[in-house]
Design a binder for this molecule. Sequence first.
Ligand SMILES: [Fe+2]
Length: 376
Amino acid sequence: MLRVVAPDQLRLVDGTGSEHAIHPLWLRERCRDAASMDLKTQQRLQDPSDYDLNLTITAISQPTPGSYRIRFSDGHEASFDAAEILSEATLAPNSHDCPAVRLWDSSLTDLPRMRWRADPADAELAAWLEAFLTFGFVIFEGVPSAPGSVLKVATLFGFTRETNFGALFDVRSTPEATDLAYTSVPLDPHTDNPYRSPVPGIQLLHCLINQTSGGLSTLVDGFAVAQELRRQNPAAFEVLSTTPVRFKYLDAHTELTASAPPIQLDVCGALQAIHFSPRLDFVPLFAPERLDAYFRARRLFDQRLRAAAFEIRFLLKSGDLVMFDNCRLLHGRTGFDPGEGLRHLQGCYIDSDGPRSLYRVLRRRLGHAAMARRSA
Ligand SMILES: [Fe+2]
């Protein structure tokens, strides 16, 4: 709740009863009136750096319950909705207001499987997005097994991220493969394209046909593994979150390179992304002791990433499509015998923010209460 503690001081009282001061400039930047912002776009009309750094609140009134009228020392006066201030003020510094991540390991047996529909109702689409944002992946069943369908599914959730592999890529064994993904060898858990900047946020893989008994798809929750490493071996975690690793890709027409730590943290120290592809990583020449620590830490991380305790496996059948967070999950594949028959997948990428934007739009459309009920 909000509390007026003095004629010029508004405070936030959190669930534990602790009080937090609200900075006058923090509030001034949030004035939502026609003089302060363009009401249609909600973009500011002034550069807030020009506001008086010594700005104060000069008067507070409460014309109706839940609404405050505030006058500032620069003469500006604005109304604030208490619920809006509260929801903004209580967001964690690094929260972008989406469903919380639920870490998982191999004990996850109830996989988030959804029946695909090209024109889902808002509530159904919101349920898909909640599952995706929570688990980092979702498996759609019944996607038409026509070539190019993966792009139609991608379009529902975001904009296709085209790369040098094209708008979509075909995954099948070919005799002259330029990437191990296009052979029949097993693929250990990895994140895709760490050599790009930015890394493709989300991958979609659609199975057009699978006549082989092997070639199971594997997924690992990289955040769950990193979290365990952080708990069991904080020093190794520290090394992996602070060592820049160069990732490289090259073919006749392309040469890509980007640097990132295997475990990337945000400014608050929370997990932000995993960059792990042991066939493409090249650590710079640091001092031998630092490299010793890095190689040991990488082994500890890799051993956990490949451990059965963290991995789930499933067979993608014709019409199945898995959409997963390429910054959180690692994916792989068991080996298969191409002699058994055809195996053909098509994949594409979209950016991470597409599903999150759609989720917020749906929440606005459906109402916060309906969304909260469904996540409960
Ligand atoms: Fe891959």
